[in-house]
Ligand binder design. Structure first.
Ligand SMILES: [Mn+2]
Length: 402
């Protein structure tokens, strides 16, 4: 059985309000070609199809158009779980239509996929969190745990006193759930698991980051099923690979560099061939960069303008930071934006005030007016007029104290 693993498409996601639908479509085109080239039998999508629970129509249209093509008239099975960005019920709502195309969707931990025909496949067996599928004479059991939200897990968890013991038992509970579900794995089946969660315990992580990650709860590696031949994860946008005993546990990562911080990520999807009782060899397939994100560090305003001219025909999202001893004026900003499309931000770094840290350190010593002027300058690169400052202070109730 030939399997491909992808996740975190975040269809509809923008960059500071700029649409990235074109890049998302370019990815889907490339993904279709990979899937067709590799003659993939089964696609696993580990969550975050959309970026928001109420996605723009264009994002939904993209999804339906490409799922249809990927399903190849119901000859290629597709299993999708909801991520934390997806609305579980809405994602599942398309199931009556998707079913005919061989598409299976898990919205919640309680979702049970009905047995029967899905496209040209048969769901032979199913229960809470798993299905058994027959594809071209081979059987696969898939343990599928959509994003285990606090609320939904709480329903199963019961009451616990401290935050610490709660945290502890979250990971343990995931382990228990997986244990239960993976008891359906057999020697004569290809055994796969998928989820959308944050794993800690690998080398690339530390606990501090774990807590920061959207306040989400963390799961220890050992609580993922090592009886699976492959664990397909979603949630982290950067590709990561762990081993739990012999079992590869993989974040395929998102297909697009979605933020300034992600601009150096190599985005990819994972491919492997699986047979019952055999170890899988995973292959990382790197994707194209459909439009890169650049950070320009310019020594002064003129250098930034020159660079805009030089790179005017280059297709990229650009963040510009300029070291300067004065405020960048509106004409200069206009000139840069005229020369170069898709400038996301122009940020002055005033000399002698090298970064944001200094601002943060001094923040408690400033009065409201000073803070407003600083904030306005930071957002707009120019100082506010006296009139605007006064209006702000009046609204803030400090007008009379001046
Ligand atoms: Mn996520």
């Amino acid at each position: 059985m030939r399997v491909i693993h992808t996740s975190d498409w975040h269809l509809g996601k923008t960059l500071e309000g700029n649409s990235r639908i074109e890049e998302q479509e370019a990815f889907l085109e490339e993904f279709c070609k990979i899937v067709e080239d590799k003659q993939v039998d089964l696609i696993l999508h580990a969550g975050d199809i959309y970026d928001v629970s109420n996605p723009p129509a264009k994002a939904e249209e993209l999804l339906y158009k490409y799922l249809r093509r990927l399903s190849n008239n119901g000859n290629r099975a597709i299993v999708i779980i909801a991520g934390n960005h997806d609305n579980p019920e809405r994602l599942e709502a398309i199931l009556p239509l998707a079913k005919e195309h061989g598409i299976i969707i898990y919205g919640t931990l309680n979702t049970i996929i009905e047995k029967g025909k899905y496209g040209n496949f048969e769901v032979i067996d199913s229960g809470k969190g798993y299905i058994e599928l027959e594809i071209r004479g081979e059987k696969t059991v898939i343990a599928a745990l959509p994003y285990p939200s606090e609320r939904r897990l709480n329903e199963v968890l019961g009451n616990l006193d401290s935050e610490e013991s709660f945290q502890q038992s979250y990971s343990e509970r995931i382990g228990e759930l997986f244990n239960e579900i993976s008891s359906n794995f057999r020697e004569d089946t290809i055994n796969l698991a998928m989820s959308h969660l944050y794993v800690v315990g690998g080398e690339a992580t530390d606990s501090e980051r774990a807590i920061q990650l959207g306040g989400s709860y963390v799961v220890e590696l050992k609580h993922l099923p090592d009886t699976a031949q492959y664990v397909a994860l979603g949630h982290l946008h950067k590709t990561q690979k762990y081993l739990n005993n012999e079992t590869p546990i993989i974040y395929s990562g998102s297909p697009i560099q979605y933020s300034k911080k992600e601009r150096n990520n190599k985005n990819s999807v994972y491919y492997f061939e699986a047979h019952p009782g055999e170890k899988v060899n995973v292959e990382r397939l790197n994707l194209s960069i459909y439009k890169k994100i650049e950070l320009w560090d310019c020594e002064d305003i003129q250098a930034a303008i020159d660079l805009c001219r030089e790179k005017s025909s280059e297709d990229a999202w650009v963040y510009i930071q300029i070291h300067t001893d004065r405020i960048i004026n509106q004409d200069e900003i206009k000139e840069m934006k005229r020369l170069k499309q898709d400038i996301i931000e122009i940020k002055p770094i005033l000399k002698g005030q090298s970064d944001d840290e200094e601002i943060t350190n001094n923040i408690t010593e400033k009065n409201l007016e000073e803070l407003f002027v600083m904030f306005y300058k930071y957002k707009n690169e120019v100082e506010p007029t006296q009139e605007l400052t006064e209006i702000f202070l009046q609204l803030a109730g400090e007008g009379d104290r001046k």
